[in-house]
Design a protein around this ligand. Sequence first.
Ligand SMILES: Nc1ncnc2c1ncn2[C@@H]1O[C@H](COP(=O)(O)OP(=O)(O)OP(=O)(O)O)[C@@H](O)[C@H]1O
Ligand SMILES: O=P(O)(O)O[C@H]1[C@H](O)[C@@H](O)[C@H](OP(=O)(O)O)[C@@H](OP(=O)(O)O)[C@H]1O
Ligand SMILES: [Mg+2]
Ligand SMILES: [Mg+2]
Length: 584
Amino acid sequence: MRQLSCSFICSKTWDRTSLVFCKISCFFMLSYVLASVARCQPCELAADTWPRRAAQEPPLLLRPSRESAAAVAHPFPIPAAMAMGRPVRVVLDSSVLLDPSARPDCAGEEVAPLRPGAEALLRRLRYSNLGVAICHQEGLPTNESGFLEKTAKLYSFGYIPLTSPSGSNSLNEAMIEWSRTNSCFYVTSGVHEGLLSELQNHNWAVIAMDNDDVIKNSGVLRIGMLQELLITLATSIKKVIGSSSTLVVGYVMKQSREEDFAKRGAFPIYPSKNNLIFVPLSFELPLASQLQEVDLVLHKITDEIINIDPNSSISFPKGISFSPGMSEIIRFVEEHCNFCVIDPFKNIYPLLDRLQIQEILVRLEGLNTEGRPKLRAPCSLKVENFCGSELQKQLTEANLSFPLIVKPRVACGVADAHNMALIFQIEEFSNLSIPLPAILQEYIDHGSKIYKFYAIGDNIFHAIKNSMPNASHLKSSSGGKPLTFNSLKTLPVATKEQQLHNRVQDNKSLDINLVEGAASLLKELLGLTIFGFDVVVQESSGDHVIVDLNYLPSFKEVPDNEAMPAFWDAITQSYKLRKRMMQT
Ligand SMILES: Nc1ncnc2c1ncn2[C@@H]1O[C@H](COP(=O)(O)OP(=O)(O)OP(=O)(O)O)[C@@H](O)[C@H]1O
Ligand SMILES: O=P(O)(O)O[C@H]1[C@H](O)[C@@H](O)[C@H](OP(=O)(O)O)[C@@H](OP(=O)(O)O)[C@H]1O
Ligand SMILES: [Mg+2]
Ligand SMILES: [Mg+2]
């Protein structure tokens, strides 16, 4: 185990544990198309700010558009230049980015708004590991060309103001040069017939968007909306590589989480070292057709919860309403039991319910052995309300004493899942505003140090974070009132002085092997590829208490160069295990 910076420790890699998975059925259309470029005259590259790429990069074939399904019967010759091991460049013509219906703003100022969906596309292409440039034709109004230049700079893309050559339609040297060393796409919303043969000679591939002028079966790749572009690129790259080990991973999660992962390089469209290609599933397109193009889906289903009936948690997903897009995915998976989902929805539902989490954690206590710290769940009690004369009796029967931490039974997916309270005496339950049903947990004095563990496939990492101080520090400031907070936003963590004080007192260390054993058993019990759990060490007893369990956490504290390869490996292994299980 290596001690890494910022109190981060990478623990170990387990043996491949057996996880139950269904078989994946993948279908990819086989064909090669090239298309012509819209009136884009050859150009001089303004500044080749295109990111350098690793030497060995695969070439590209294009998936025929759905209308030209006949192309499947007549696969186009694969140009020699689209040989294995080449970087991929994508040139976006201004016509796909600028909103054609834009009107000057009320002050008469020419504005250059982006077409709907363009900002999301640019944001995703920025972290796609593809070389991207924006181009525009000569004669574009200066406010628009200026806007595009600024946009290219903002996203670290290349910028190509096209200038007309001496009347010829031939591709200019720069574009020809690129196609010698890169596999290139040109995306436009117009098609200029004149350039088609030039492009075929120089191995440019063009994607024409929303254009009916495109001749059918002329090898032109057509998309209807900008939202189709990424999946078109992704499935083309997959086809070109032509290896069953290359997987297209469709992903679904909230935008903030996607951006956090994307900025870490988690979602390359150009394959990662594990041969994984990531593409966002768009809720603006039919989900079934997208799901037929990917090998598996990675999702954080709880990001797509609209609301939960907290009284239905024992029968999840009943009582949960999901976004329409997520509901479509759930339906598709129900109808295609061989489709690979990471992770199966039924494996995640228990982690929405702190009572079920408690029942899972209690099962870990079987790992305990003499002479080692005790691993356990906190003593807990589920309550339907905070009043009732029986409450004190219930607490006693549950072996609970104050202080108590009160958490909603619903663990995540809705805004108030993280509204909590620290209660010091029974009177403080009156008018308590924590969502019901609730879970009352013993509050563990743990010296404001929490160990956040992350099981990412066969790898386990943990980070030490500042946590809530011992109850005595909090009671003094509570003034006889419950201490209410939101664990994601306003967690009352220890002050610097309290942390220093704790460091002096800190005499109970973490038994890493004990927790690793717990993580391994949790992985088998949960059937999850990536999960996180929080461990505190009780100061008085040294007990290792697991207070929380989460599905697909952000593992922000784990350095990217450790986390990303583990992330990709976890996905690949889960997929392979599922395939193997289907073949047996
Ligand atoms: N039983 C406990 N005893 C002492 N401290 C606790 C206990 N339960 C939680 N905490 C403290 O409160 C914090 C939030 O609790 P918890 O992790 O259960 O909330 P959560 O909303 O599930 O957070 P997450 O964002 O990790 O899912 C913990 O990180 C820890 O600092
Ligand atoms: O947003 P909901 O569905 O309520 O669930 C939360 C999880 O419970 C937390 O574990 C996530 O925090 P981490 O990703 O840091 O573990 C937290 O991630 P976030 O802080 O990035 O939103 C949430 O996913
Ligand atoms: Mg937590
Ligand atoms: Mg949690």
